[in-house]
Ligand binder design. Sequence first.
Ligand code: GLN
Length: 537
Amino acid sequence: MAEVKFIFVTGGVTSSLGKGIISASLAKLLQARGYSVTIQKLDPYINVDPGTLNPYEHGECYVTLDGAETDLDLGHYERFLNVPTSQANNITTGRIYQTVINKERRGDYLGKTVQVIPHITDEIKRRIKLVSAGNKFDIVITEIGGTVGDIESLPYIESVRQLKWEMGSHNCLVIHLTLVPYLSASGELKTKPTQHSVKALLEAGIQPDILVLRTVKNLTPDVRRKVALFCNVEENAVIESVDVSTIYEVPLKMLDEKLDQTVLRKLELSLKSEPQLSEWRDFLHKLRNPKTSTRIGIVGKYVELADAYKSIHESLIHSGAMNECHVNIQYIHSEDITETNAPVILGDLDGILVAPGFGSRGIEGKIHAAKFARENNIPFLGICLGMQCAVIEFARNILNFEGAHSTEMDHKTKYPVIDLMEEQKRVTDKGGTMRLGGYRCKISGGTKAFEAYGKTEVIERHRHRYEFNNLYLEDFSKNGMIPAGINPESNLVEIVEIPDHKWFVGVQFHPEYSSTVLNPHPLFVSFIRASIIGKTG
Ligand code: GLN
């Protein structure tokens, strides 16, 4: 088997330029030409994983099938490539140091001074290569978080320099993404920040092979030539990445710019077939030409930051396109919702989605939202904490369990309808200790969930500590909220439904993590469909 080829994507000038989308788009194009590709993200912070980070700090925490809590860019990778990522696809500085320090304590380096170079850089290189262990992939794309020149990303940049030296240019490429600002006063695109940023890379010993320039205006041939000359890259290795209306257009933009061809030529790989992108184009066509529209409210407490509910947002986009429906997504702050104003805030929605979350803030607003959806026959999807809120609401208002709650919010409640499992009660560490990753779920026939999935068993991803309390299962079932999905090993309730309602589904797992462009998640597809039907009668 041929050697694995490595592509590194670095960023310069500012953060938030979209390295994740560029990496995912390039991967998509290479995959569409017949290569097997994976993407990995290296994050320069000290947290061992982003699971302990507040979404306000870092956006959503994305969970892989094998239970890793990871950066949200992995969500883009999966949504674009339609192949699962794993624990090995996201590495943080914290994890690198943790491994090296554990080895030091075990005596693996006995007698030696343990240093950033070579010990930390060697561990970074080992992890980079690990993702392709067993030659599973032809090409590995590694995105380096942060901006070149940051103190904290230096060991990563040094590791890339070493790998490039060890493997040679035809096995290892560096793509540098920068910003070319447009100054409206002078009507000019400015290349100086890019030149400086490439200089910073050169100081670290890396000559980038390809530059991707993020811009609001198309680059003129002059600008391209200038950047090529002053940054020492070929003219056709200067790639324009102009702002587009949807991230799903970026692969086609990169195709126009021949990014895939330049990459393959430099890696001495054949172009294989023309990229097979018909399904992708089909999706984009539906996205741009909706036949109908629907208004979906996402009720959450991190709504100020769009990235906090990234996967949910994208799942609604995928399933909207599948239904040829424009989804008008309204973010609603759960702290704003009260019993009395619920009709005003939620009244003109066609569907209500109550989002996942942790802790008490905004919890009552989420419970009111579930009540409003139930009482007014509005399609409802509750995800994780959203499902738990629907259960609490039902207990309080239908079962008349006064003060029913989750023990997460009220550990003295008389009716702990949502409670910790025995094994969670002994857990004190916060990092990586929740019920995480893929678990089986058996689905009962004749339910909305069965209608959506069309099968009786699925695997879905989890990220929570608290569970439906089976002590109350009969009370719920007898009174109209049924368990539509159960984990066959533990008997835990994974899906609840109200059969008498138009479409009321709560899931303890996170369907949003496994919705992709080519495979929109069935529950989202059904939810959107129900919300459209709801509109027309
Ligand atoms: N806080 C809840 C729990 O830990 C729900 C978690 C979530 O919504 N991801 O069970």
